[in-house]
Design a protein around this ligand. Structure first.
Ligand code: C5P
Length: 234
């Protein structure tokens, strides 16, 4: 394992409409902690993570009620209208904090079940890579494309298809430039890799575990609780 240090950026400024809850999904209770507390503690407990920048909505009234005790420095910045804006704000703050061009791992606040062994796998696979890459899961289901009225028009070859997850690991300066360019071009950035790809460079895919779910709909909380239990969390 390399002795390089890595920073984590956690976009946590979403409102999570699909949860239909009384608060953003990262503040929902998951067993004895909130979702975001699990996420931040996982990242902070990794020995190679130098610090975390978290992006919080300016309208967020929940963040101050958390009682976090983390193993690494935590910096809070204001989030933006889109996920990419939140990540860019965090990267700008990080640029002011460091003199060099560290690797940054961007990880969704809503993914509390990240395995530290998957982070290890990323660091080992990507630390010597020119660009960086992301954690993903191979698509196992048969994939269909539909047209008007849900008529199936095509069975898509699933070989080489992946579901993109997080962390997404890139160098600070390149990721910042990529997001600035994508936002300026009004390119729909659904993950950091898509902004990097827009620059014409080629990130890597690292296979992760499918328990690294993003809390999106109400039933995901029970699933996350079960995954945490299987991982020996409680
Ligand atoms: O909504 P979605 O599940 O795609 O959000 C992924 C992550 O991005 C969440 O952790 C959410 O809080 C964050 N986000 C953000 N700023 C936004 C929208 C989403 O930090 N404007």
């Amino acid at each position: 394992m390399t002795s390089l240090r890595f920073w984590a950026v956690v976009p946590a400024a979403g409102i999570g409409e699909r949860m239909q809850a009384d608060r953003p999904k990262q503040y929902l209770q998951l067993d004895d902690k909130t979702v975001i507390e699990y996420t931040l503690q996982r990242l902070a407990s990794h020995a190679q993570i130098a610090g975390i920048i978290v992006a919080i909505s300016p309208e967020d009234t929940w963040w101050p009620s958390l009682s976090l005790s983390l193993n690494c420095p935590l910096h809070v910045v204001e989030g933006g209208a889109q996920r990419a804006d939140s990540v860019l704000n965090a990267l700008s703050a990080l640029s002011d904090l460091v003199d060099d061009d560290p690797w940054v791992l961007v990880h969704d606040a809503a993914r509390p079940c990240l395995r530290l062994t998957d982070v290890d796998q990323m660091l080992t696979s990507l630390s010597e890579h020119d660009v960086g890459g992301i954690l993903g899961i191979p698509v196992n289901d048969t994939v269909k494309r539909t047209g008007l009225g849900n008529v199936i028009t095509e069975t898509v070859d699933r070989r080489n298809l992946w579901r993109a997850a997080t962390p997404q690991m890139f160098h600070l300066r390149q990721l910042k430039s990529a997001l600035e360019m994508a936002i300026e071009q009004h390119f729909p950035v659904t993950d950091e890799a898509s902004a990097i790809e827009l620059m014409g460079v080629k990130p890597m895919m690292v296979e992760g575990h499918s328990d690294n779910i993003k809390i999106t709909v109400p039933q995901d909380l029970a699933l996350a609780s079960w995954f945490l239990q299987q991982q020996g969390e409680h």
